[in-house]
Design a protein around this ligand. Structure first.
Ligand code: KIV
Ligand code: ZN
Length: 401
């Protein structure tokens, strides 16, 4: 059974189309995180890379936040050709008008309106009643509809909102003209089972659900952002909001590259796919790391240095026989040239022999025994044995001399 089977069997709306829209918020939610800010030139470069990657919607910033954010959004809106450019906006008339002006030159524009809906946020952050929140959201959506091509409404802290109120405000949002309904897990609190149940329920209870796209926006406070996004997709979400390298507020947002590759590798299970050119994932991740000055952790899924590297002898032996033994995707599919068999203290003879042969050294058995022993002694002292070290070993020299 697939998640899509679940949503149709339990009486939910008809199984959704296969295309999952990738809404990239690297330049808004991602850039908001401490240590990740980008200047205007860097933002434009990143926006062009994201367009080449094939994101469907690019959230370029929050124009009301600062004159510089306004200028960056306007510049990106003027430059991009195929991608819908989006600006974030509070549900305030001034914000809506500013965001619309920043997006004026976009080929296709989206205003992304947000307002908190959870009891905690209503009482302590906004000091507003349910009715006031609903009225403010509807008024802002109605104002935005005439000023851009499409309107998205986000119920901030949706996963801690009463589901009945969520369905009520989403139904009102559809009636007012919103075409994307986003249920953010603003504080990374939900679990896969819970978010799947909520999306299934919303698709059954929002009036006009069949006319809109449901979207998920998950934060990673419990390390569940990608799992929760995939669960939402399984329950019918057809837009996911995510960032390159998973950057974002606190522990970050759902990582774009992880969601995209999960859908590619397990597409048959989810019955869904994206339009991302996956061969651009690693270059885009590296560009972001370079522009922000924040390195990607070695063990980061998909784009980390170790994602396609093997050191242990048993794994290397398996890989040399059939790459499917220890790899579920091909490095070239994410933009890497090849798998790396790293030579270190856990490596075995097979990988050593193969690397030596690649360097032009084919050794007799006895010479190989002797070189293998010297290799192990060296590997105990060094984390990684390089090609230069191997050349020295093969020539009978001391690599550390
Ligand atoms: O996490 C969140 O709730 C947000 C909204 C503005 C969509 O980033
Ligand atoms: Zn967010």
């Amino acid at each position: 059974m697939t998640p899509n089977d679940t949503t149709t069997q339990d009486g939910g709306a008809a199984a959704a189309e296969a295309h999952v829209r990738i809404f990239d918020t690297t330049l808004r939610d991602g850039e908001q995180a401490p240590g990740f800010s980008l200047d205007r030139r860097a933002k434009l470069r990143m926006a062009q890379a994201l367009e080449s990657l094939g994101v469907d919607v690019l959230e370029a910033g929050f124009p009301q936040a600062s004159p510089d954010d306004f200028a960056a959004v306007a510049e990106i809106a003027r430059t991009l050709v195929d991608t819908t450019v989006c600006g974030l906006s509070r549900c305030l008339p001034g914000d809506v008008d500013t965001t619309a002006r920043a997006l004026e030159k976009a080929r296709r524009s989206r205003i992304h309106l947000f307002l908190s809906t959870s009891p905690l946020h209503r009482e302590h952050k906004l000091g507003m009643s349910k009715a006031q929140v609903l009225d403010a959201a509807v008024a802002a959506i109605e104002r935005a509809v005439g000023l851009c091509d499409e309107v998205e409404f986000s119920a901030e802290d949706a996963l801690r909102t009463e589901p009945e109120f969520l369905a009520e405000i989403f139904s009102a949002a559809v009636a007012a003209g919103a075409t994307t309904l986003n249920a953010p897990d603003t504080v990374g609190y939900t679990t896969p089972g819970e978010i799947a149940a909520l999306f299934t329920w919303l698709r059954q209870h929002v009036v006009g659900a069949e006319r809109v796209v449901f979207s998920s926006h998950c934060h990673d406070d419990l390390g569940l952002a990608v799992a929760n996004s995939l669960a939402a997709i399984g329950a019918g979400a057809r837009q996911v909001e995510c960032t390159i390298n998973g950057i974002g507020e606190r522990a970050g947002n759902a990582a774009l590259e992880e969601i995209v590759m999960a859908l590619k590798v397990r597409g048959a299970y989810y019955g869904a796919d994206t339009r991302i050119d996956t061969r651009r994932l690693v270059p885009t991740s590296r560009l972001l790391a370079q522009l922000t000055g924040q390195p990607v952790p070695r063990n980061k899924a998909i784009v980390g240095d170790n994602a396609f590297a093997h050191e242990s002898g048993i794994h290397q032996h398996g890989m040399l026989k059939h790459r499917g033994t220890y790899e579920i995707m091909r490095p070239e599919d994410v933009g890497l040239a090849e798998t790396r068999l790293v030579l270190g203290k856990h490596s075995g003879r097979h990988a050593l022999r193969q690397r030596l042969a690649a360097l032009g050294h084919v050794l007799e058995e006895r010479a190989m025994d002797e070189l293998f022993a010297r290799f192990k002694t060296l590997a105990d002292r060094k984390r990684e044995v390089t090609d230069e070290d191997l050349e020295a070993l093969a020539l009978g020299e001391d690599p550390e001399a």
